[in-house]
Design a protein around this ligand. Structure first.
Ligand code: CMC
Length: 427
C-alpha cells in the first residue's frame, strides 16, 4: 500500500502519495497539489525538491557516498576506465570485454570534427576563455550533425551521445591550441581516450608525442571523478533544456554555460587561483578569516557542497591522485603544500566544522591539472569534457521517461497587482 503524507491547508486535509527510492530519502508526490488546493510549493534552489526520478547516480551527502549505477566512485576510479564508466552510465551495467571493445571502437570513430568547424575557432579572440569557445562550438554541432537530432529516435539519441562524448576532447584541445597559437592536431585513434586528448593538447605536428602513462592514468581518473553527479545545476539545466524537445547539442551547450559559474564547475579554476593568491602557508589564517567574515563575499573555493555534509568522496581520490602525480612527475609545487595546510586548518576551525564544510572535488583537481601543464583557464573545460557523459545519460533517461513533461516551474509572485496603463504625459 502506498504511504500517504497529510497536508492541512485552509481547514482541508489532503493526502499526498509518498514514493520510495531504492535507497535515500522518500519523496512526497505533490503533482496534484495545485489541482486540489490551488497552492504551489516554494523551494528556490531546490533544497528539498526532487526534480525527477533517476536510476543513474546516488549521493548520500551525510555519509560522503557517491554511486554510479550502484558502484562506489572510489572503486570505479581505482579499478575501471573512463570508457567503462561511460558505458555504465549510458547502458546501466558494466560492459563485458566485447561490449567495451565495441563501445570504445564506436567512440573512437567519432573523434573527428567536421572540417568546417575549425573555422569557428578563428572567429574568437585568441584570449577567449575556453568555456566561451566550448559553449559556441558545441552549440554549433547541431548545425552539422542533422542525422542525430531527432530526439524521438533512440538510435539517433545514442549516436548524438556517442558523438558528444567522442568530440569533446577534440573540441577542448582545439580551444587550447587556438589560445596558444599552435596548429590543431587531428585525433589519433590508436591512442586511449585520455592519451588522445593529451596528444591533441600538448603535441605538435613537428615532433612525435609520447603519452606519459602516469599522466594518462591520472587524466582518466580525473575524467571518471567528474563523469556524473546526480541533479546538479548543469545537469538540471540540460534536463530543463531537453524537456522542451531541444536537440542534444543545444542542450549540452546549455549545460556547459551553467557549469562555467564559480559556484559550480568554475570552482576548480577559482580554487587554484585562490591557492596561488594565498601563495604561502603563513597567509592562510588571513584567508580563513575572510571566508568567515559575513561582510566579505570571499569564500574558500573548492570547499563546501549543497549535498555533501561530509568529505566529498571524489576529493579523497583526487588528493591521493595529486600526491601520486606530483611524486611521479617529480613536480614540487608550493601550491600543493598550501592546499594541504589550508585543508587541515579549515577542518579544525569551528566555522567550517559547524557548517560541515569539507573539500570538494575542485579543491585538489587544479593542483594535478596544473602539474600536468594545463593553464587554469582550461580546468572547467576539462570538467565539461568529462561531465558530457553524465549529461547525455541523464538527457537520454529523461527523454525515455513516459512521465516526462516540459519543465515549467511556477513562482510566488510579489510584483504589483493589476493596474491601468498611465499615458506618458500623465506620469
Ligand atoms: N567558504 C566559506 N563559507 C561557506 C562556503 C565556503 N566555501 N560554502 C558555504 N559557506 C557558508 C555560507 O556562507 C553559509 O553560511 P550562513 O549559513 O552563515 O549564511 C553556509 O556555509 C551555507 O552555504 P550556502 O551557500 O547556503 O550553501 P549552498 O548549498 O547553497 O552552496 C556551494 C553550496 C558549493 C555553492 C558553496 O559551498 C560554495 O560556494 N562553495 C565554494 C564554491 C565551490 O567550491 N563550488 C564547487 C562545488 S563542487 C563541484 C560542482 O558541483 O561543481
Amino acid at each position: 500500500m502506498t504511504d500517504m503524507a497529510k497536508l492541512t491547508l485552509g481547514g482541508a486535509e489532503i493526502d499526498l502519495p509518498v514514493r520510495k527510492g531504492s535507497v535515500g530519502p522518500d519523496v512526497i508526490d505533490i503533482r496534484k497539489l495545485y489541482g486540489q488546493t490551488g497552492a504551489f510549493t516554494y523551494d528556490p534552489g531546490f533544497t528539498s525538491t526532487a526534480s525527477c526520478e533517476s536510476g543513474l547516480t546516488y549521493i548520500d551527502g551525510d555519509q560522503g557516498i557517491l554511486l554510479h549505477r550502484g558502484y562506489p566512485i572510489d572503486q570505479l576510479a581505482e579499478k575501471s576506465s573512463f570508457m567503462e564508466v561511460c558505458y555504465l552510465l549510458l547502458n546501466g551495467e558494466l560492459p563485458k570485454k566485447d561490449e567495451l571493445d565495441k563501445f570504445t571502437y564506436t567512440i573512437t570513430r567519432h573523434t573527428m570534427l567536421h572540417e568546417q568547424l575549425a573555422t569557428f575557432y578563428r572567429g574568437f579572440r585568441r584570449d577567449a576563455h575556453p568555456m566561451a569557445v566550448m559553449c559556441g562550438v558545441v552549440g554549433a554541432l547541431s548545425a552539422f550533425y542533422h542525422d542525430s537530432t531527432d530526439i524521438t529516435d533512440p538510435h539517433q539519441r545514442m549516436v548524438a551521445s556517442h558523438r558528444l562524448i567522442a568530440k569533446m576532447p577534440t573540441i577542448a584541445a582545439m580551444a587550447y591550441k587556438y589560445s596558444v597559437g599552435q596548429p590543431f592536431l587531428y585525433p589519433d585513434n590508436s591512442l586511449s581516450y585520455s592519451g588522445n586528448f593529451l596528444r591533441m593538447t600538448f603535441g605538435v605536428p613537428a615532433e612525435p608525442y609520447q603519452v606519459d602513462p602516469v599522466v594518462e592514468a591520472a587524466m582518466d581518473k580525473i575524467f571518471i571523478l567528474h563523469a556524473d553527479h546526480e541533479q546538479n545545476a548543469s545537469t538540471s539545466t540540460v534536463r530543463l533544456a531537453g524537456s522542451s524537445g531541444a536537440n542534444p547539442f543545444a542542450c549540452i551547450a546549455a549545460g556547459i554555460a551553467c557549469l562555467w559559474g564559480p559556484a559550480h564547475g568554475g570552482a576548480n579554476e577559482a580554487a587554484l587561483n585562490m591557492l596561488r593568491e594565498i601563495g604561502r602557508p603563513e597567509k592562510i589564517p588571513e584567508y580563513i578569516a575572510r571566508a568567515k567574515d559575513k561582510n566579505d563575499p570571499f569564500r574558500l573555493m573548492g570547499f563546501g557542497h549543497r549535498v555533501y555534509k561530509n568529505y566529498d568522496p571524489r576529493a579523497k581520490v583526487m588528493q591521493k591522485t595529486a600526491n601520486e602525480v606530483l611524486e611521479k612527475l617529480g613536480v614540487t609545487d608550493p601550491i600543493f603544500d598550501v592546499a594541504r595546510e589550508l585543508e587541515q586548518i579549515a577542518l579544525k576551525d569551528d566555522y567550517f566544522v559547524e557548517k560541515k564544510l569539507y573539500p570538494n572535488v575542485d579543491f585538489y583537481s587544479g593542483v594535478i591539472l596544473s602539474a600536468i601543464g594545463f593553464p587554469t583557464s582550461m580546468f572547467t573545460a576539462l570538467f565539461a569534457l568529462a561531465r558530457t557523459v553524465g549529461w547525455v545519460a541523464q538527457w537520454n533517461e529523461m527523454i525515455s521517461d513516459p512521465e516526462q513533461k516540459i519543465g515549467r516551474p511556477r513562482q510566488l509572485y510579489t510584483g504589483p497587482s493589476q493596474r491601468d496603463y498611465v499615458p506618458l504625459d500623465q506620469r
